[in-house]
Design a protein around this ligand. Structure first.
Ligand code: ZN
Ligand code: ZN
Length: 584
């Protein structure tokens, strides 16, 4: 019921799904109906067609929907006893509806909604006539298994969108276009950033080309430098780990589905796993690098670690969902008393990093334990209460807006997720800070407290950008490929007008490289206009054009992405300008 109360479009979009189903029934007699719910921004309906349909059919279906909308058919609710309802669905040749009824509890009242000669088993609610559904568009066709189970039959899903006004519909369609234009898979291809070789390397395992690697390197160096400033120590742990460690940590029991299968060393009777997360490796490193005293804490251990997760092949999308991902992972070992200060420090770091990437707006979602003490939540009430208060105090002291979600915490401790919005208004969870009372104890982490007793440290798991791959996907879409100067894989393109200017071009490029700029020279014997156009399509921030006159006058001609010709200036003036912009 909550979805209905919270979503003002619920009835409209559900009715749009019915309208589409009715139109499909008129055009494809004998079609079988599965389910057709409203979803975010629209609706879908799953059908079983006798013959596959094509994208072109959507227009016909939409036209029929318009006729039915203009006919202003009243939408009427009725109830049927279970047996009659079953018979009606059997007679209509609708096996999926029969299955749905059979799965409903006996006490459920079976309601149907009728419009004209078409009716559907449905809980409703709906708008009052088909004329209320006027501003809609069908968007796409996809395959969908009955009940989402790949063992079942593959059905045909048609997606559409529906809104209250023509203006709303237009704005939404424009947003869709913009999202397509910014799609990181498309831009990644156009700018030569990354690719996939599913047949040779494997699905969901991206390969980065030089420009993509330059981006990764810049992102990671930036976070690394920032972490060093905040007192983090970087470590390195291997991609392979003995399976036994994941049994101790609990991952093998709770996380098995997303781990790659084991690699077995038959002679030594040992199994290894590809690392799905770093925590057990870092905790082991904490344990084996000498007994710690309270004076060693807090100890902030960071790593850019490539992890391997066996995501379902159907869920792999671009860089957003991959099987090899590089986390900017960190584990902070501290005392209970230090949780607040450490969380506060991590908050500052996350805010600084997100701000650098232009995400000024974000909110924090604090996931807490539910009311029911015990249950899935381990560790004692006192620990939970202390940690929860510490997180709240830190958020308030830092002036961070936050909402609380009771019952959403992981079993091992409360956590804070940073939700940010990209330019299209889509929400992303970028950073996470998670308090953990359990794993350090399971893996035997200890320190000697001030009173000489042995204690288990609390661990904060923290990721700033999540994974390099996913965050890069977000950045590509956020900037539409036009990265700010500090991040751009190629910052300056030097373009000699003719071969005679090539030596000077090389001199200029060398001077810029000396100042650690990423520079390329376009020495092809193409017209300068074409070279400039191509550099613009590649969204390179600066172009330095060098002609005969520039050399005579001791200047370079500078063009900037989005601003065009900046005119001639000395190389020193250009460098000063670049230095200022890079530091922004
Ligand atoms: Zn319905
Ligand atoms: Zn962790």
């Amino acid at each position: 019921m909550n979805a209905i109360q919270n979503d003002p479009y619920h009835s409209l979009r559900h009715s749009a799904a019915h309208l589409m189903a009715q139109a499909v029934g008129d055009l494809f007699p004998g079609v079988k109906y599965a389910i057709g719910p409203p979803i975010e921004d629209g609706f879908y309906y799953d059908f079983e067609f006798a013959e596959p349909i094509k994208e072109e059919d959507l227009e016909r279906i939409e036209a029929r929907m318009r006729e039915l909308s203009e006919a202003a058919l009243p939408i009427e609710r009725s109830e049927l006893p279970r047996e009659e309802a079953l018979n009606a669905c059997r007679e209509a040749g609708q096996p999926y509806k029969v299955e749905l009824i059979n799965d409903l509890p006996d006490e459920e009242v079976l309601s149907f909604y009728r419009q004209g000669n078409w009716s559907d088993l449905c809980r409703g609610p709906h708008v009052s006539t088909t004329a209320d559904v006027r501003h809609f568009k069908l968007l796409s066709i996809a395959g969908a298994y009955w009940r989402g189970n790949e063992k079942n039959k593959m059905l045909t899903r048609i997606y559409g969108t529906a809104w209250n006004t023509a203006e709303e519909l237009d704005a939404y369609l424009q947003r869709l276009e913009e999202a397509k234009r910014r799609d990181h898979r498309k831009i990644g291809r156009e700018l030569g950033l990354f690719t996939f070789a599913p047949e040779d390397v494997g699905p969901g395992i991206p390969l980065f080309m030089p420009r993509g690697e330059a981006l990764r390197h810049t992102m990671e160096s930036y976070v690394r430098e920032t972490q060093e400033r905040y007192g983090y120590q970087h470590v390195w742990t291997a991609h392979l780990v003995r399976e036994e460690l994941y049994r101790k940590s609990g991952h093998l029991q709770n996380y098995r589905d997303v781990m790659f299968p084991p690699m077995v060393d038959e002679e030594a009777h040992v199994s290894y796993r590809l690392k799905p997360m770093n925590c057990p490796s870092h905790m082991t490193l904490f344990n084996v690098s000498g007994l710690k005293s309270y004076r060693d804490l807090p100890l902030r251990m960071a790593e850019f670690a490539t992890l391997y997760r066996f995501e379902k092949s159907g869920e792999l999308t671009g860089l957003t969902r991959v099987r090899s991902l590089t986390q900017d992972d960190c584990h902070i070992f501290c005392t209970e008393e230090q949780v607040e200060a450490e969380f506060s420090l991590a908050l500052k770091l996350v805010r600084e990093v997100l701000g650098r990437y232009g995400f000024a707006n974000y909110s924090v979602r604090l996931s807490l334990r539910g009311e029911e003490a015990g249950g899935k939540y381990v560790a004692d009430d006192d620990k939970w209460a202390k940690a929860t208060d510490a997180l709240r105090r830190a958020l308030e002291a830092n002036g961070v807006e936050y909402t609380e979600a009771a019952g959403e915490a992981a079993f091992y401790g409360p956590k804070a997720d940073f939700q940010t919005k990209d330019v299209l208004g889509r929400e992303w969870t970028a950073s996470t800070i998670q308090v953990d009372f359990i794993q350090p104890a399971a893996l035997g982490c200890k320190y000697i407290a001030a009173d000489g007793s042995e204690k288990t440290p609390v661990v904060l798991h923290r990721a700033v950008t999540g994974s390099t791959e996913r965050f890069l996907g977000l950045l590509i879409e956020h900037y539409a490929g036009a990265f700010p100067l500090w991040l751009a894989p190629v910052q300056v393109q030097v373009i000699p007008i003719a071969d005679a200017q090539l030596p000077r071009a090389q001199e200029v490029a060398a001077a810029l490289k000396q100042r650690r700029y990423r520079v390329e020279i376009d020495s092809r014997s193409e017209r300068v206009g074409l070279k400039i156009r191509e550099a613009e399509l590649q969204k390179l921030p600066y172009m330095v054009v060098i002609g005969k006159r520039d050399i005579e006058n001791g200047v370079v001609s500078v063009r900037k992405r989005g601003e065009g010709d900046l005119g001639a200036m000395s190389l020193d003036a250009l460098i000063q300008r670049l230095d200022e912009e890079r530091a922004m």
